[in-house]
Ligand binder design. Structure first.
Ligand SMILES: Cc1ncc(C[n+]2csc(CCOP(=O)(O)OP(=O)(O)O)c2C)c(N)n1
Ligand SMILES: [Mg+2]
Length: 551
């Protein structure tokens, strides 16, 4: 067996079933070995950011890693942003990067670069260059083990071409997946005492705590001990909808997060970080936890979030408490000229049971949470690392992980252009993905941010950096050019009809929603002023305002 053949067998033995590829010459032996391993599906992506984002979306839904196959430092660099999003989401990825043969590197050939330095940025916990065919499979087993965690992470295995083609390689058996321990009793008791002390308290749920078992345990505690339930701003995967406990996400805008956290005296973290502002702004705090609030960690990312919540519930006597559940409700069918909120309304009206909803709609998705809250149970995937271009590739991976579940991906027009090649992979693999692109002809959010940072003078050259109006992008044509059925919609009626058809017809679809910017004109100018005034308003007024702007 050569290295590549043994590597593929080792990966398949470890339960890895899919490899998202964008290969080159240094990966040819790996490519050649694919036909000898029937358990491995190989999915070609036409840009590395699609391959890495697909691996991320796959693992979020399959709860196990996929592999990537990337071409040296440059291919890895092209895929970096979505590996970054995976890292921030604690998502397992086995990231395989081909390299020149070991004897070739000293010649500094054209594609030679420092791969390990690039990789360390996104896989700080595991970067290894395999140095011999005999060692390769042990290296692969270690990489899979590292990727699984807990917590999940990106593990990068660098595969020199001669290690891949060298003979005498031996497949290795996978290592046991270690169980995450629950928090010990004394830590649980200390948190229970804090929650009983009478001060205002909140549980902040992230990561593993945002699936059904964690949500139910947390909601029992919340109901019993009158504790607020919060979720991190950008969940890796949040299970939600009718019949599940509803949880309020921390707002993206720091001023609004400040309103949500005001007055809280005990904040309990469960697989989540204490909230910080997405960006720094002149004169505004970065750390959003109020000075008078004590932060407790019930479960760190390497601990068992659900078992820890169960222990806390037991310590509080909340084990039998009734968790309030979200009632079933859908918005009406929208009518008239199309706007972003009406797209969200139509999605809420039609979203099927078991859908995988991907939100990378940026400003156009402000109403999505409210409009889909009472929909049948679904999973929501969000932009964990803030590096745009995640959603369409995630949709590829999620659809491959869950072929029986419809995937609905809501994407901004600027965002869609980063990894638009994902559409081609959707068509080639016949994936049932409905991509909705909000064509508002703008990097709209950056117009808002320009006002928020307090820029004094905003000239035409500055505005032009956020303006996508000329030439007008036509996403329906772009999608059709990649083999995806696509239509444009300018009215709510047309949009709903297109969505109904797309949901009922297997295969990939794109609906281009022609919408005005959600935040423009007076609303955009008033927003920074409103945000500045929030901290000085009485708490109930600030809370009501927050709910109006970002429900
Ligand atoms: C990798 C990466 N590059 C650039 C940015 C900065 N950025 C944030 S949002 C955005 C534009 C989003 O535009 P669009 O998808 O059209 O959404 P809209 O603001 O119009 O709602 C950009 C360029 C980023 N977050 N990540
Ligand atoms: Mg836009």
């Amino acid at each position: 067996m050569n290295g590549a053949q043994a590597l593929l067998q080792t990966l398949a033995d470890a339960g890895i079933e899919v490899c998202f590829t964008n290969p080159g010459t240094s990966e040819m032996h790996f490519v050649a070995a694919l036909d000898g391993e029937p358990r491995m599906r190989a999915v070609l992506a036409l840009f590395e950011g699609v391959a890495t984002g697909a691996a991320d979306g796959y693992a979020r839904m399959a709860d196990k890693p996929a592999a990537t196959l990337l071409h040296l430092g440059c291919g890895l660099g092209n895929g970096l942003a979505n590996l970054h999003n995976a890292r921030k989401g604690k998502v397992p990825v086995v990231n395989i990067v081909g390299d020149h043969a070991t004897f070739h590197t000293r010649h500094d050939a054209q594609l030679q670069s420092d791969i390990e330095t690039v990789a360390r940025n996104v896989s700080p916990g595991f970067v290894r260059t395999s140095t011999s065919s005999a060692r390769l499979c042990q290296d692969a087993v270690d990489a899979v083990h590292a990727a699984l965690g807990p917590p999940g992470q990106v593990a990068t295995l660098i595969l020199p071409a001669d290690v891949s083609w060298g003979e005498g390689a031996q497949p290795c058996r996978p290592l046991e997946r270690p169980a995450a321990p629950a928090t010990d009793d004394s830590a649980v008791q200390a948190i229970a005492r804090a929650l009983r002390s009478g001060g205002r308290s909140a549980l902040l749920l992230g990561g593993q705590a945002l699936r059904e078992p964690g949500l139910l345990a947390a909601a029992r505690i919340a109901a019993h001990s009158r504790v607020k339930l919060l979720a991190e701003v950008f969940p890796t995967r949040l299970t939600r909808g009718a019949g599940l406990p509803a949880v309020e996400r921390i707002a993206y805008l720091a001023e609004m997060a400040g309103v949500q956290l005001a007055g809280i005296e005990h904040l309990v973290l469960i697989d989540a970080k204490a909230p910080v502002s997405f960006f720094a702004y002149p004169g505004k705090p970065s750390y959003l936890v109020p000075d008078s609030c004590t932060v407790h960690t019930l479960a760190a990312p390497d601990q068992d979030a659900v078992a820890s919540l169960d222990r806390l519930a037991a310590a509080l006597g909340a084990g039998q408490a009734r968790a309030p559940l979200q009632a079933a409700a859908r918005p009406d069918r929208p009518r008239g000229p199309l706007t972003a909120p009406k797209v969200c309304k139509a999605v809420g009206h039609l979203l099927p049971e078991g859908a995988i909803l991907i939100d990378e709609a940026i400003t156009s998705g402000l109403m999505l949470g409210a409009m889909t809250a009472g929909c049948p149970r679904h999973d929501l995937i969000t932009l964990t690392g803030g590096a745009i271009g995640q959603g369409l590739p995630n949709a590829v991976g999620a659809a491959i992980a869950c072929p029986d579940r419809p995937v609905v991906a809501l994407i901004g027009d600027g965002t869609a252009m980063y990894t638009v090649q994902a559409l081609w992979t959707m068509a080639r693999e016949g994936l049932h993905v409905v991509s909705v692109v909000f064509n508002n002809a703008s990097y709209s959010v950056l117009n808002v941010e320009l006002e928020r940072v307090g820029a004094q003078q905003i000239g035409a050259k500055a505005r032009a950096q956020f303006d996508l109006a000329g030439p007008q992008l036509n996403f329906a044509q772009l999608a059709q050019g990649m083999g995806v059925h696509a239509v444009r919609a300018g009215t709510a009626e047309d949009f709903s009809k297109a969505l109904e058809y797309a949901l009922a017809t297997p295969g990939p679809h794109l609906i281009e929603a022609l919408v005005p910017e959600s935040l423009s004109g007076v609303r955009r100018r008033v927003l920074p002023w409103l945000l500045r005034s929030l901290p000085s308003l009485p708490r109930p007024v600030a809370q009501a305002l927050k709910r109006r702007i970002a429900p």
